[in-house]
Ligand binder design. Structure first.
Ligand code: EPU
Length: 421
């Protein structure tokens, strides 16, 4: 797929934020632990979400769409024998099935999951936390994992802030025997959301929102009747950057203001004007923007998933910015695409880039490397002079629903071509 963008248009108007992919994935995976049917609202229609649903359906989960973003799911009759292993291998997010599947079936055979090309993404953390609860893990030469446990037992586990690692452990511990104490747990908003959802189902998880969780295993979890997926704060940040870059004005809603602290603090420090209320973030692209230093971090620090849009923003700021992303080692590839468009940037090492601005960007042919850099390419096209052609654009739709149509409704000129010519 390619996107063809005619740049130079201001974005203006209200924009509705979709449900967050990285919250929807663990919520859907956790339904394997529940007895009953749950109705989810605000499920984003994204390829990653659809893939996880297909994997669950391959095992026999009943999924029924009730509206554009509403579905009901019932996993009472699933059988892991029918698992679609090929689909599971293609989706990194399917790692989130390990905890709930082990908890429910005690013996599983699954492939090692793949995903976006943003560096070495090992799964040792996931395996170690499950082993800590009593699982035995074996692998074969073809990349298959064999996990089994006669029962899962609570334990004292020190993690290393892995987001999906904590989610897997929380799901495995919810029905384990006894108490699990997690230290250095990830506290990202979507980890919190999963814990709140499980608590609504009857789990006993304390410390939600902190880096220390205490989970007392329960015997059963009852499916909550309904749940609304939180708004995507990465999308909120992406639209905020779009408003600043195009010198436009966007009213972004709904928002959960407390999840936006690091993002708003950074935008404010470089001179972007914004107003935040309980429901809406208004961003105005006016005035001068100054160079900044940014280091991505675990929550409540600045999210790595917004590093690339801010790298693009740096090309339009006065002075020299330094961006440091210690989390993943291959998330700076988009810089080479921006250089093709006229950016003045030097990649110092796999984690750091120095960007001097402001430099006008020119439309040219560029590639979308992963979903976050793909969205960044779209924003770059919006401010480039002339026409930008983004190849391999399908990855964008793993994280941003109907991005072209939604930006066009705000004044952009983006044409989507499903087939590369
Ligand atoms: N790591 C290990 N071993 C492991 C797991 C992780 O060494 O077993 C390392 C990774 O290589 C990486 C770091 O730990 O260097 C952080 O990884 P983390 O485990 O926190 O990331 P994740 O859980 O795999 C989630 C999101 C990512 C997001 C990161 C960081 C989901 C489904 N994915 O990944 O989202 O970048 O947290 O916040 O929640 C995206 O949406 O574009 C995306 C990649």
């Amino acid at each position: 797929m390619r996107l063809i963008i005619r740049g130079g248009k201001k974005l203006q108007g209200p924009v509705k934020v979709m449900g967050y992919k990285n919250a929807a994935l663990p919520l859907l995976a956790s339904t394997l632990l529940l007895k009953g049917e749950t109705k989810f609202q605000n499920i984003p229609r994204l390829t990653d979400v659809m893939s996880l649903l297909e994997i669950l359906q391959s095992m026999g989960a009943k999924v029924e769409w009730l509206g554009e973003h509403e579905l009901k799911i019932d996993t009472r009759e699933v059988d892991p024998k029918h698992l679609d292993k090929k689909k599971m291998k293609r989706l990194r997010g399917s790692i989130l099935l390990l905890g709930p599947m082990l908890s429910r079936f005690k013996k599983i055979v699954v492939p090692e999951p793949g995903g976006c090309a943003i560096g070495n993404r090992p799964i040792d953390e996931h395996l170690q936390v499950l082993q800590a609860l009593g699982a035995k893990v074996e692998t074969d030469d073809e990349g298959c994992l064999f996990l089994h446990a006669t029962k899962l037992t609570g334990n004292y586990v020190i993690q290393r802030f892995s987001v999906t690692g904590t989610e897997n452990l929380v799901m495995a511990a919810a029905l384990a025997q006894g108490r699990t104490s997690i230290r250095l747990a990830a506290a990202e908003p979507h980890v919190q959301e999963l814990c709140r959802f499980l608590n609504k189902a009857g789990a006993k998880i304390k410390g939600v929102g902190t880096h220390e969780l205490e989970i007392d295993g329960v015997e059963k979890l009852h499916a909550p009747r309904s749940w609304t997926v939180m708004p995507d704060y990465i999308e909120i940040g992406t639209f905020a950057v779009a408003a600043a870059l195009t010198r436009g004005e966007l009213e972004i809603s709904p928002v959960v203001p407390e999840y936006l602290d690091a993002i708003l603090s950074k935008l404010g420090s470089l001179g972007v004007k914004y107003q935040i209320t309980d429901k809406t973030l208004k961003v105005q692209g006016v005035g001068r923007m100054d160079a900044f230093q940014l280091q991505t971090n675990i929550y409540p620090g600045f999210p790595t998933d917004l590093q690339a849009p801010f790298g693009l923003l740096a090309t339009q700021c006065h002075g020299t910015s330094l961006i440091h992303d210690p989390l993943f080692e291959s998330r700076l590839g988009y810089i080479n695409e921006l250089i093709k468009m006229g950016a003045n940037a030097v990649i110092a090492d796999p984690h750091r880039v120095v960007i001097t601005g402001p430099t006008p960007l020119r439309g040219t042919e560029i590639r979308s490397l992963d979903l976050r850099s793909g969205a960044t390419m779209v924003l770059a096209g919006l401010i480039a002079e002339g026409e930008t052609v983004i190849h391999d654009a399908e990855v964008v739709y793993r994280g941003y629903e109907a991005l072209d149509g939604r930006l066009n409704a705000l004044g952009a000129e983006i044409l989507k071509q499903e087939n590369e010519l």
